[in-house]
Ligand binder design. Sequence first.
Ligand code: UD1
Length: 419
Amino acid sequence: MSEHFLVTGGNRLEGEVVVGGAKNSVLKLMAAALLAEGTTVVTNCPDILDVPLMAEVLRGLGCEVELEGSEVRITTPAEPKYRADFDAVKQFRASVCVLGPLVARCRRAVVALPGGDAIGSRPLDMHQSGLRLLGARSEIEHGCVVAEADDLHGANIRLVFPSVGATENILMAAVLARGETVIDNAAREPEIVDLCNMLNQMGAKVSGGGSTTLTIQGVRKLEPTTHRVIGDRIVAATWGVAASMTRGDVRVRGVNHKHLGLVLDKLRLAGAEVTPEVDGFRVIQRERPKAINFATLPYPGFPTDLQPMAIGLAAVADGTSMITENVFESRFRFVEEMIRLGADARTDGHHAVIRGVPVLSSAPVWSSDIRAGAGLVLAGLVADGVTEVHDIFHIDRGYPRFVENLRGLGGVIERVSTE
Ligand code: UD1
């Protein structure tokens, strides 16, 4: 059975939407539970498939995991298993975040490599070289990344790029290493800060979260904790961009607007009135959006995960937008699908030039990843007619209750199942 969306264009989005916990935080926080024997509770978990998939990975490592509503309870044994098999990890890349905690707890990890990715190659070289500096041996063997350490010790590590995943894996290994570790050119994403906060609640000694330098004093043991996941800034901004594209009025709650500083500034440049609120923000767009220029960069730069939605905005904006993708090599592939919807877009390497048209024209299109899928649905909202968006399992992986939320704002969308 496959499912697709039918999106009817032409409606203005209006109302309020509440976002759940961040996908890019919750999976790492669940992995961090491996670092302490006992029961760790993670609250405000989003209702997306990756959460039960991560629960399966943890069960395979010997944890007991209970999911109830937006709460996950993970009970980690004294001696977790160190091998995460292909069957458990193949369905989602983020499972690789168990590598650091397993090396820290078991001094040994074998994690099957997840498969390819539509947005570009995603090597683990920085994860491995960081772990090597901490004293581990690490190789790729028989489709798995293997890391082993007799003694894990502090080190000075300078990342060649502020990789989110490498920062997290090295951090989670270093919290239980002997001595001090300094990670320079570390990723600064709010999800990294969330992880640092949880680790410190567990008894780790991490300072500098949110800056380019993380300093970690290794401790012998961590204790379980209860931690609330931060709101999902990418989902929140998706609704903000949708409001701007449809000349709507949307209040987004459940997120810290400070995590979206640059994105909200870009919406203002597109002509939106953006008001920060205590637990979110409001976007009102009265006129046709104006063209926007941006380059994706690690935080606090413009997030690569919002590039497809912003291209949707550019596609109907007044003027020509110039967009540069600096994080993932193949992330412009989905622009072909935007062109099927009538976007006047051209890409050359990691640059895209988009001349806005007043309205797009509906067509069948295919999602290649979570964010491309969301971008195509937003484009469908401003297309003439009914757009069929296929391969929506991608969208379901990142957007809890997507149809319900969009309908709640006045969007016209239907989920259709076919044999
Ligand atoms: C995370 C997010 C993803 C987001 C990305 C960048 C999760 C689950 N996913 O992915 O949604 O788009 O951050 O904000 O949190 N790289 C290497 N070698 C490495 C590691 C990374 O070359 O060892 C490269 C990647 O190929 C990519 C770039 O660095 O081109 C950024 O990757 P990274 O920041 O590691 O992204 P992820 O952690 O995979």
